[in-house]
Design a protein. Sequence first.
Length: 539
Amino acid sequence: MLGTRRPCYNTAVRFAAVLVAASLLGVSAMTDTLIAQGSGDAPRLGTVDFPTSASPEAQKHFLLGLLYLHSFEYGDAAAEFRNAQEAQPDFALAYWGEAMTYNHPLWRQRNRDAAVTALQRLAPTPAERVASAPTDRERLYMEAAEALWAEGPKAERDTAYMLAMRRLSQAYPEDPDAQAFYALSLLGLSDGVRVVPTYMRAAAVVEELLGRYPDHPGVAHYMIHSYDDAIHAPLGLRAARAYSGIAPDAAHAQHMTTHIFLALGMWADVVSQNIIAAELTWWGPGHYTAWLGYALPQQGRFDAARENLERAHDTFESSERRRGRGYMLSMRADYLVNTGRWTDPALEWEIDTEELRPVVRAKDAFALGYAALQRGERRGAEQQLLRIAAILDDMPDATTPARDVTAIMAKELGAALALSDGMADGALSMMREATALEDALPLEYGPPDVVKPSHELLGEMLIELGDLSAAVVEFQRALALAPLRALSLRGLGRAAAEAGDEETALRAYRDLVAIWVEADPNIEGLDEARSFVSARASE
């Protein structure tokens, strides 16, 4: 059963984060302050050292809010900052903290109205709010918040905030929170599109801190975000290992480790940590259950993937306003494509797609269309291709990653239809266009938006057409973008074995057998991989 697989790094995760206050030590105004790791059974969120002008009671809530903020537990953070305001109504940084909970830079979300409302409870104007902070350091934090929440386009405000945080970090180089928030402000400049040089600048900031502040949640967290793509992920592994233990009662912290684990194909760890995160929150369609739903088929655990999908759907159906529609569609698409269960009852679920993001709707259309084609239902596939075409027609003409992702899936489904009609040249031409588009996309993290990676699909088509050497190249490219992805490993093993490249086939099949150590019996490719490896071992 899905829930019986226990976490790798945490054996005592508890859903009692409010008890962190029991670990507060020695808080006093204008002195160094510390929230220490709890001992024994005490829950943990990490360690921060952030002196302020607050009263002891306000400081206690402020520090707890800060810990939640560093782990993107925004609701809990806002509540603690409001508690600090209640304890000391003139404590400026309590309002700064609440305002910062309304900025989610890596999720491309911001709520200026809520942030300004929070700040205005301190004082009506930016100048008055900054002046209310009694120390130079606290005034610089307030100035940074005012820079972020002034009127103007998001990109302009993000840049102004980054510059303000850079000034603060330079003025107080021994303030780890100033450095960590500066790194986060750099990551926020990308606005959802990974700009590698900027990400490496952020990484350089937090790399300097990890050894000195090994229990600081923000340092490990932002390092993971800096490195969470298939190329740079090895650099983030020690932060991922650390963050799980730093903040075991923060669901996002448990999930966040898997940004590195997934990029490295460490599927058992992706599964275990997202189970923890889902248990700490809810098991409806969402970020944690979606990542879990992607990882389980990579382990060959199709039945567990179905259990996860069904559980999420049951929760979705019973939730108010059917929360998580986009995730529900995405989870179903990943499940269908990665298990090959083309007749699964999940195909019959009616999920409203109105007002969802174009990429989510295109992903749903591709999965339904590709499944229909595998069942021999050509008309159903054509109808879903028309859906994707309509989505593209409604998108702006300018090239964007979202438009390119949608176009890739349109070309893939079109190519699959062409190949089913015997038009091999047309199919391969469309697939070459799809792979060129995918190669040009910015580096991404997590389960791919292109639900069937284009190099993997092209490799499978080339096997069908007998061009085995070319298929090997495509699967190798797919694995460079998504290490240890099961279907790409299976394809590489097959293509290389049939081409007589036993060394490449053996490496691929060994990797597949290793990640399928707990696979369901009789899934396609399991016996062939085991037999190939076993036969070579006996030679």
